[in-house]
Design a protein around this ligand. Structure first.
Ligand SMILES: *[C@@H]1O[C@H](CO)[C@@H](O)[C@H](O)[C@H]1NC(C)=O
Ligand SMILES: *[C@@H]1O[C@H](CO)[C@@H](O)[C@H](O)[C@H]1NC(C)=O
Ligand SMILES: *[C@@H]1O[C@H](CO)[C@@H](O)[C@H](O)[C@H]1NC(C)=O
Ligand SMILES: *[C@@H]1O[C@H](CO)[C@@H](O)[C@H](O)[C@H]1NC(C)=O
Length: 243
């Protein structure tokens, strides 16, 4: 016997289901294995962005200008960075993606074997005995970086569908092993440039610590923006199988 499904049924189904972009695979909401591999696949394909969601390219990821004021601590200097780019954010492993609807919270933990950052910078202050007032282009290569993201959200109904809105994001970056190059800080005094780079890399944790808070805040607003682009367009049950 052949069962005929009326055309009207298909039309209704089409209207009700907002199809996800191809790179987002739908998973059972409690299937953490499926979720982790789905999120990993999506981020890996986001290098050039995702026009249908107005997502910008993430490989390289261009960051807004960052200004770090001198503060107390082992390293005290004014720093600013512009034209900063991070490469290889699409080469990652998602260690965990968990979502809970009540209370509404999402946890994402990612691992990057190798990230490369570069940008223009300016520093002013005393750094390990060097009196610095200048800068040019710097870069850094970070091995075994982990980034943990906790998104706090709420749920609201619109037209009978339920949506998630991310209201707060906390990012924790663990750089792993970072090798920094400050480049030509002392105009063409190669020896002093090399001495500074060595001092910087012997103490890279202290230096990274000074900019860490501001950098994490930058990432927090990016994650909030990206996640809300997805969650405002698709209802919870379109993104996840919650049956
Ligand atoms: C997810 O929840 C469903 C229904 O509550 C249950 O049958 C299934 O075993 C759960 N799966 C996992 C991976 O926990
Ligand atoms: C960084 O500081 C320099 C020197 O004060 C200034 O010329 C430049 O505009 C600043 N850049 C940013 C991104 O704030
Ligand atoms: C990165 O992690 C891998 C695997 O744990 C390890 O073999 C390697 O030595 C680490 N590299 C650095 C530079 O820390
Ligand atoms: C990083 O900066 C150093 C010092 O300026 C430079 O020699 C090196 O070529 C840069 N690395 C890359 C990959 O751009």
């Amino acid at each position: 016997m052949q069962i005929r499904i009326p055309l009207a049924f298909y039309l209704i189904a089409l209207v009700l289901c907002n199809p996800l972009p191809d790179i987002l695979k739908r998973c059972r909401i409690n299937d953490t294995g499926c979720l982790a591999s789905s999120v990993e696949y999506a981020i890996a394909k986001m290098g050039n962005g995702l026009p249908e969601l107005q997502m910008p390219p993430i490989d390289p990821l261009s960051l807004e200008d960052l200004v770090v004021q001198a503060s107390d601590g082992p390293v005290s200097m004014y720093q600013n960075y512009s034209n900063t780019k991070i490469n290889h954010l699409t080469k990652l492993t998602v260690n965990q993606f968990k979502i809970n609807l009540d209370p509404c919270e999402i946890n994402l933990e990612t691992f990057y074997p190798s990230l490369f950052c570069s940008g223009d910078f300016f520093i002013k202050g005393e750094l390990f005995g060097f009196d610095i007032n200048g800068g040019e282009t710097a870069n850094g290569t970070s091995t075994n970086t982990t980034i943990g993201v906790t998104l706090t959200c709420n749920r609201n109904k619109d037209n009978g569908k339920e949506y998630i809105k991310v209201t707060d994001v906390k990012v924790l970056v663990n750089w792993g092993t970072m090798v920094l190059h400050y480049g030509n800080v002392f105009k063409d005094d190669e020896q002093r440039n090399r001495d500074l780079d060595k001092k910087v890399n012997d103490n890279s944790n202290d230096i990274l610590e000074t900019a860490k808070g501001d950098f994490q805040v930058l990432l927090e607003s990016l994650f909030e923006d990206w996640s809300n682009k997805v969650f405002s367009k698709y209802a919870v049950n379109e993104i996840f199988d919650i049956s």
